[in-house]
Design a protein around this ligand. Structure first.
Ligand code: C5P
Length: 233
């Protein structure tokens, strides 16, 4: 099974290389994309990306948010082992996003613009951005589209509207929980099925999978039981 038929991106959060090794090794036949964030800080891009890429496509969730020159410098570090995608905050602005796109020219890496984090609810969104999540996501997505990004990270609540406006882009959606699972700090959430029906191209799932007694079993269960994806393809 490869990542074309499997939309799940597994967030390998809060674990060491030794802890994720048995998980990524077991996941390598499923076609899940492997998303890393804090582990990149511990291991370094140069060490982690080549090792992790042996087990599947990698999403380097750097969530860059800085001045254009710094974003460009950071993203350029990925050129030695280009991952499937990298994330940059759309709120860093059009020029910073353009620098990220430019830094990866000639590589297959997609630049994904982070819009409003899925942990942010309506009230917090008002405090930070003075706008409800949908309006803020649309405003940030329009900036990101002008900058030439390849996709967006938004919540399941906004993906339908964004897909209507920007068909053909990558829509990577966190805040995904199966019915009845612990939602933790996520606020704008949906089930895997609802998010796919709303237009997601990829589903980011972290704790539900990593905290399961059998992470690979949980991936396969979600694919088969909730998404009706034939895991033997
Ligand atoms: O464990 P859980 O499934 O909630 O993990 C979601 C992952 O998606 C985390 O790694 C988090 O950093 C990431 N993410 C998010 N919201 C965004 C962008 C990324 O939750 N808008």
């Amino acid at each position: 099974m490869n990542e074309k038929s499997n939309p799940i991106v597994v967030a390998l959060d809060g674990k060491s290389w030794e802890e994720i090794l048995p998980i990524v090794s077991a996941l390598s036949t499923t076609g899940c994309i492997l998303k890393v964030n804090d582990l990149l800080f511990l291991e370094g891009i140069g060490r982690l990306l080549p090792r992790l890429s042996a087990y599947g496509s990698v999403m380097a969730d750097l969530k860059c948010h800085d001045i254009p020159n710094t974003v460009g410098n950071t993203v350029k570090r990925l050129r030695a082992c280009p991952p499937w995608a990298v994330t940059v905050h759309a709120s860093a602005g059009e020029e910073a996003l353009k620098q990220a796109v430019k830094a990866l020219e000639g590589t297959p890496t997609k630049v994904l613009a982070i819009t409003v984090l899925t942990s942010i609810d309506e009230k917090t969104c008002g405090e930070i951005y003075c706008r409800p999540p949908m309006d803020q996501v649309l405003a940030l997505a329009s900036i990101a589209k002008r900058a030439g990004v390849h996709g967006f990270v938004c919540s399941p609540e906004e993906v339908g509207k964004l897909k209507e406006l920007y068909p053909g882009m990558e829509f990577v959606i966190p805040g995904i929980r199966s019915p009845g699972k612990n939602t933790n700090d996520q606020r704008r959430i949906a089930t895997p099925k609802a998010a796919m029906e709303a237009g997601a191209t990829k589903l980011v799932m972290g704790r539900q999978i990593l905290d399961a007694p059998d992470p690979v079993g949980e991936v396969n269960r979600v694919l088969k039981e909730e998404l009706a994806i034939d895991i033997n393809v």
